[in-house]
Design a protein around this ligand. Sequence first.
Ligand code: ATP
Length: 220
Amino acid sequence: MPTTVGPIGIFGGTFDPIHYGHLRLAEEIIETAKLTEVRFLPSGTPPHRTRPGADPQHRVAMARLAVEGNDRFSVDDRETRRTGPGYTYDTLTEVRKEVGMQRPIALLLGADAFLELATWHRWRGLFELAHIVVAYRPGFPIDTWQARMPEPLAHEYAARYMQQPLAVHLAPAGGIAAVSMTGLDISATFVRTAVHTGSSPRYLLPDAVLDYIRTHALYR
Ligand code: ATP
């Protein structure tokens, strides 16, 4: 069971459906930053996206199947139970209250999602609540990516950058770390399209998730 003291990873996404790109991101950041656990939080009605293909309860069920057997992974369905927009700021505020002020929290993001951060609701306030750990893939131009950030984000990045991902242990919140991860060019869009067109998405996601998709006739 996870301890109650080490850093917690919070990984939000549509997870429509969850696939090995998501699972591997969480696994690699757990290892690199030595997090105690990662909680996957499927979104309700995402503020930044068109409606997802599968209902929230299906996306939660698939995420639960995907994390089964990994003691350090769990699924938190709070965003799918919320009515109205599920802002990450509100979610992290709740989690912060639950875990107390001292325990480090790390919000996990893919590099593409991080570049959009300055469009999020109360994005600067996120740093009061958590660190951000960004995962980037091989070939990603990490040396020059600051130039691709909008100015306010580049400013926060420069001020908060932590060379060592392990630095998430040193404070409850406020830093930004970047971690390279094995590139897995998998997207939920590709999986949905494959199911829809009748081609096989097998080995891009856990078999249990694919079985669930078939049983519930999702993404047809
Ligand atoms: P879609 O194709 O529907 O847009 P997606 O596969 O990109 O979905 P999301 O649920 O939107 O998945 O992503 C949640 C988070 O996972 C984001 O931070 C995103 O950057 C990251 N992510 C998604 N796919 C990968 C992947 N293959 N490798 C690493 N990170 C990923």
